[in-house]
Design a protein around this ligand. Structure first.
Ligand code: FDA
Length: 510
């Protein structure tokens, strides 16, 4: 199907039937459409490659036209964007001639309260989904994350962590059906795509298998009253010992209870110029405060959580408290904001911990959080146990299940766009990641695909990527599931049309 003709003009001509939803650089709104969903300013510099066109379909048939035209016009790559949160900018930057298929207008959500399900188009955000659920019911929820602007398209494609994971697993564990446009421009549901492809799109990472237009999700039950408690600890409050002891407790707690840690450091938490890292222990309990306090006082009394640290509320309000950091000013409409709260440039890395870390290792982390060289650093520590350990590692492509105590997301952010500041922040995160090597999973050192990190390996920039080369990053994200993903990819997209720096490769060219 591919031809060598990749002239942008001919391509745009091919798209003339959908010209109303196309923005090329000659349109005055090209840059505002491009920039609107760029969440990481690291990939929004004047020198960052820009797309030949941005297509914002309002109907699935326009996606089909875009795919057929890009295939006819040679090596044009398609980058699909839902919420634009990809940590490496892969949904809106490519180093080949490319277009962006921006699903921002495909974001309808329909909630079926009777059957506890929802059809959600990929361009909707996590916050928009929460909002629509809350409009219909306060006893239904979806196990998604705490950042409302994240797009459903990318979030569900890669896994989808949130505070309900110990009770209900990840977003991918709650997908019932999907509509996908494949590399031939054909539309499929679960039945017509077949179980292999349906398996692959539930955690095999976005941008490899086709364009998922909509997902049918299972909504989960939450009690009318939940309790959220936040207790902030500094080194003076014994934070380091508490983190050490938490490792022996968090994965064994009642599955109705999530007790995670956010470690914040860097200059952002400075007092009088000196960084003073904080460990916030965040509990979300699907039940009332008294029961939560009795569990915590029995299992983890050292934390000293009291009623004043806790708020009893509905599940949706608890999500707002986590988003806003406090119970005040919690208009549900905050959930509809499509811009991320973390404005600026950032870089993430991830790890899985399978044995408790020694106390000295935690002291080493703390020292690094006190670094004056960096602006904002966070370690998001997510406890396992509960449902996460009951789902087999082969049920979805997402393999990080039983055997893990917790996941760590390392995040560093900065505002200034200078090369020197960027290098300093990148060095910080790479150094702490190296430091952590002895304490985390090995062979492979596992990573979470939605915390996209090109440092762990990439495909060949030009030409075919060998299986061995892609295995370097592929086994980290998917472990043994990587081989099955490669087989599915080879079957459904043998020309490797949907590709990017870490897309699933094909076995060999047809
Ligand atoms: P984006 O549009 O950038 O897409 C991400 C990838 O998926 C790209 O490769 C893209 O091409 C592909 N893609 C997008 N839509 C697609 C579609 N419809 N069909 C096929 N491929 C598609 N994660 C988590 O598990 N829990 C959390 O709480 C958070 N919180 C969070 C906060 C912030 C501020 C950021 C920046 C990120 C997170 N994440 C997260 C990570 C997040 O899950 C991850 O970045 C998702 O891929 C983002 O999905 P978007 O649709 O927003 O991204």
């Amino acid at each position: 199907v591919a031809s060598s003709n990749n002239k942008p003009q001919a391509f745009l001509q091919c798209l003339s039937s959908i010209s109303k939803v196309i923005y090329s650089p000659i349109n005055s709104s090209y840059f505002s459409v491009l920039d609107f969903s760029i969440q990481n300013l690291r990939f929004s510099k004047p020198e960052t490659p820009k797309p030949i066109a941005i297509i914002t379909p309002i109907h699935v048939s326009q996606i089909q036209v875009a795919i057929i035209c890009s295939r006819t016009h040679g090596s044009l790559q398609i980058r699909t964007r839902s919420g634009g949160h990809d940590f490496e900018g892969l949904s809106y930057v490519a180093h080949h001639p490319f277009i962006i298929l921006d699903l921002i207008n495909l974001r309808s959500i329909s909630i079926d309260v009777k059957n506890n399900t929802a059809w959600v188009q990929s361009g909707a955000t996590v916050g928009e989904l929460y909002y629509k659920i809350a409009e219909k019911s306060r006893s239904l929820a979806f196990p998604a994350g705490v950042c409302p602007s994240v797009g459903i398209g990318g979030f569900v494609s890669g896994g989808g962590y949130g505070y309900l994971l110990r009770k209900y697993g990840l977003a991918v564990d709650n997908v019932l059906d999907a509509y996908l446009v494949d590399a031939n421009g054909e539309v499929h549901d679960r039945e017509s795509m077949g179980e292999d492809l349906f398996w692959a799109i539930r955690g095999g990472g976005g941008g490899s298998f086709g364009i998922v237009v909509a997902w049918k999700l299972r909504l989960v039950l939450v009690p009318e009253t939940v309790t959220i408690c936040i207790s902030n600890k500094t080194v003076k409050d014994g934070a380091i010992d508490l983190i050490y002891e938490w490792q022996y407790v968090a994965d064994k707690l009642d599955e109705n209870l999530y007790l995670g840690i956010l470690l914040n450091g860097g200059n952002i938490s400075s007092e009088g110029g000196k960084p003073n890292p904080t460990a916030s222990f965040i509990s979300l309990f699907l039940g009332k405060a008294n029961k939560l306090l009795s569990i915590l006082n029995k299992t983890f009394p050292q934390l000293g959580v009291t009623k004043k640290d806790c708020t009893q509320t509905s599940w949706i309000e608890s999500a707002l408290i986590v988003i806003n950091g406090s119970p005040t000013n919690n208009s549900l409409r905050t959930l509809l904001n499509r811009k991320s709260q973390s404005v600026g440039s950032f870089k993430i890395k991830s790890d899985y911990v399978q044995q408790p870390m020694p106390l000295d290792a935690i002291k080493g982390i703390w020292e690094r959080l006190k670094s004056q060289d960096v602006k904002a650093t966070t370690l998001d520590i997510v406890p396992y146990g509960g449902k996460m350990c009951k789902i087999f590692d082969f049920e979805t492509p997402f393999p990080h299940r039983a055997g893990n105590l917790y996941m760590i997301g390392y995040l560093v952010g900065w505002e200034n766009q200078s090369k020197e500041i960027e290098e300093r922040h990148l060095s910080w995160i790479r150094e702490i990641y190296n430091y952590m090597t002895p304490f985390v999973s090995k062979f492979p050192r596992a990573a979470y695909v939605n915390y996209r990190d090109l440092d762990i390996g990439t495909n060949t920039e030009y030409g075919k990527t060998s299986h061995d080369q892609a295995s370097i990053w592929g086994f980290k994200y998917f472990d043994k599931n990587f081989n099955r993903l490669v087989h599915v990819k080879t079957k459904v997209d043998p020309y490797d049309f949907f590709r990017h720096e870490q897309s699933i490769p094909i076995l060999s060219p047809p």
